[in-house]
Write a protein that binds this ligand. Structure first.
Ligand code: FAD
Length: 476
C-alpha cells in the first residue's frame, strides 16, 4: 500500500477502525473528502467487535454490547451504513432474584398510550418484587432529586450522593450498583455524580424512547459490513492489518506521512481515533508540538475497568428469557444469544453471562470462573443444573472502558490536537458521555465537524439529542 496524492480533493487519514474511527471516516467521505481508514487488526469494530473463537469454533462478540434509544450518534452511524435493521429493540428489563422470581422494569401503558415522562416507568417500579417498600421510597427520593440538573463540575462521588440521599441497602445493591454502576462500568465510589445522573435521566426519566434497549441481532463486526462499501462509493479506502508505526508531518508541503506495516500513506489531514492507552503509546512517535506534554498528562489520568463474559453452550434451553439482570450474585447480566440470534440455529442454547466492573472476577482463573458462573446461573435458572455444558469460552477484557471519577472531564481533550491539521477522536475524548459506543460515535462526528470547519466548509454532522418528553421538558 503506497498512496501518493493523486487528486486535488482534501484527504484525511483516519487511524483506528473502532466506532469512533468508522463514524468519522464515513461522515468525512460523505462530506466529500478522500478518506483512508487505517486499522491494525484484520477486522473493524475495535472494542465492539466479533471474531471466531478458536476454542469453541464459533463467532462470538468480544462481549454483548447494548445501546439505548438515546444513543443518537451511534444510531445515526448504523443508519448510514445500513445496519439499523440488524438491531433488536426491547422496552423491558427483567430483574431476576436467586430462586427465579422476576420483576420487569420499563414503560407502562395501555395500548399505544404510555404514561408521560418521567412517570412512564413508575407503575412497574412500584410493582417490582425485587424492591422492598423502603427501597422504592428511597428510589423515588433519588429520582426526584435527579429531576434537578446536577452541576457538571460536581466533585461528589455516586457513593457519597447515595449516602446523602439516604438510599436503602436494597436500592444501592440491586439498583445503583447493578444497573447504574454496571452501565458506567465502575464502582460507586469511583463514579462522578453527573455521569450517574446522565444515565438515570436518559434511561429512566427523559422518555420511553430514550430508554429502549438495543441488542445486535448479528455478530458485532457484521454490523460494519457497509463501511467499506460506503467508503469506496465515495472514492475512499479501508486498510486493514495496517498497524501504524510512524507518523511524520512534512512542513514544506503541509502533509501528513503515515507509515504502516504495509506501506505509506500521505494526506492533508490526520484524525487519530485511538483508545487512550494506544494514543499514549503513539505520542513519542509523533512530531514534537506545544501541548503534546499536556496531552500526555491528560492520558496518564485515565484508568481502565474490566468487563468479562462467559459464553456457554448447553444441550438444551435453560432460560425462557432473552435477557435478564441477575441480582445479588457475582454474575450480572444474562443474554440468551441463541434466542436473540436465531440464524445461529443453535442446538440447545447459547447463553452469554456478563460481569461488569469486577476486578475480582477478572482475576479468577478460567475453570474457576466458569464453574462459579454455572453455579450461580443455576440459582436463577434451575434447568442449568441438569443441562449438559457442551462448550464454554471465557473472554476477559481488562481494558474494556475508562472510568468516570470526579474531575475526569479535565482529562478528556477536545477534538483539537496539539499538531497542525490533526484531530482527536475516541470514546475517552470530551463528549460528556461515559465509555460507550455512543461516546465513540459522538467523538467521531465531532472530529469530522472539526476537520470540515478547518478546511473552510463547516457542516453539522453531530446527530441531535432526543428531546425530553412529557414533564421532563420542564426539567430539561
Ligand atoms: C467487553 C466490553 C463490553 C462493552 N459493553 C458496552 C456496551 O454494552 N455498550 C456500549 O455502548 N459500550 C460498551 N463497551 C465500550 C465500547 O466498546 C467502547 O466505548 C467503544 O467501542 C470504543 O470505541 P473507540 O472507537 O473509541 O475505540 P476502540 O474500539 O478501542 O477502537 C480503536 C481502534 O484503533 C485500533 N488501533 C490501535 N492502535 C492502532 C495502531 N497503532 N494502528 C492502527 N490501528 C490501531 C484498534 O485496533 C481499534 O480497532 C464495552 C467494551 C468492552 C471491551
Amino acid at each position: 500500500m503506497t498512496a501518493s496524492r493523486q487528486t486535488a480533493q482534501t484527504s484525511v487519514i483516519v487511524i483506528g477502525g473502532g466506532v469512533a474511527g468508522m463514524s468519522a471516516a464515513c461522515a468525512l467521505a460523505q462530506s466529500g473528502l478522500e478518506v483512508h481508514l487505517v486499522e491494525r487488526r484484520g477486522y473493524l469494530g475495535g472494542r465492539a467487535s466479533s471474531y471466531i473463537h478458536s476454542g469453541v469454533n464459533e463467532v462470538i462478540d468480544n462481549c454483548q454490547h447494548v445501546l439505548f434509544g438515546c444513543c443518537t450518534n451511534l444510531i445515526g452511524f448504523y443508519q448510514r451504513i445500513g445496519a439499523l435493521d440488524r438491531i433488536h429493540w426491547s422496552d423491558e428489563m427483567t430483574m431476576i432474584e436467586p430462586g427465579g422470581r422476576c420483576s420487569v422494569l420499563g414503560p407502562f401503558g395501555i395500548g399505544p398510550f404510555v404514561l408521560p415522562a418521567p412517570f412512564h416507568g413508575l407503575p412497574r417500579l412500584v410493582a417490582a418484587h425485587a424492591f422492598s417498600l423502603e427501597d422504592k421510597l428511597s428510589l423515588a427520593r433519588a429520582f426526584r432529586a435527579m429531576l434537578r440538573p446536577v452541576p457538571p463540575d460536581s466533585r461528589e462521588t455516586l457513593a457519597a450522593w447515595l449516602a446523602r440521599h439516604r438510599q436503602s441497602p436494597g436500592a444501592v445493591e440491586r439498583f445503583w450498583k447493578l444497573v447504574i454502576a454496571s452501565a458506567l462500568n465502575a464502582e460507586i465510589d469511583s463514579i462522578a455524580v453527573p455521569y450517574a445522573a446522565k444515565v438515570i435521566r436518559e434511561l429512566f426519566m427523559n422518555s420511553a424512547q430514550a430508554g429502549r434497549m438495543g441488542i445486535n441481532a448479528v455478530p458485532l463486526s457484521d454490523l460494519y459490513s457497509g463501511v467499506e462499501a460506503l467508503l469506496s462509493n465515495h472514492g475512499s479506502s479501508l486498510h486493514l492489518n495496517s498497524n501504524v508505526e510512524r507518523i511524520g508531518w512534512d512542513e514544506e508541503v503541509s502533509e501528513w506521512v503515515v507509515t504502516t506495516r504495509t506501506g505509506t500513506l500521505v494526506s492533508d489531514y490526520l484524525l487519530l481515533a485511538l483508545p487512550f492507552e494506544a494514543m499514549g503509546k503513539l505520542l513519542p512517535r509523533m512530531p514534537p508540538a506545544d501541548g503534546a506534554e499536556a496531552l500526555a498528562s491528560q492520558i496518564a489520568r485515565h484508568e481502565h475497568w474490566p468487563i468479562c463474559s462467559a459464553h456457554l453452550w448447553f444441550d438444551r434451553e435453560i432460560a425462557d428469557l432473552d435477557h435478564a439482570v441477575m441480582l445479588d450474585r457475582e454474575v450480572h447480566w444474562l443474554f440468551n444469544r441463541g434466542r436473540l440470534q436465531p440464524w445461529r440455529k443453535t442446538k440447545g442454547s447459547y447463553i452469554e453471562v456478563e460481569v461488569s466492573a469486577s476486578r475480582v472476577y477478572a482475576a479468577r482463573e478460567r475453570n474457576e470462573a466458569i464453574a462459579l458462573t454455572l453455579r450461580e446461573l443455576a440459582e436463577f435458572f434451575p434447568a442449568a443444573a441438569s443441562a449438559k455444558l457442551e462448550k464454554a469460552a471465557l473472554v476477559k477484557e481488562v481494558r474494556a472502558t475508562f472510568g468516570v471519577p470526579p474531575g475526569i472531564d479535565a482529562a478528556r481533550p477536545t477534538a483539537q490536537s496539539p499538531w497542525p491539521n490533526c484531530f482527536l477522536a475516541g470514546d475517552w475524548t470530551a463528549t460528556g458521555w461515559p465509555s460507550t459506543m455512543e461516546s465513540a460515535a459522538r467523538s467521531g462526528h465531532l472530529a469530522a465537524e472539526a476537520v470540515c470547519k478547518s478546511i473552510g466548509e463547516p457542516r453539522g454532522i453531530l446527530d441531535p439529542d432526543l428531546k425530553p418528553r412529557g414533564l421532563m421538558r420542564v426539567f430539561g
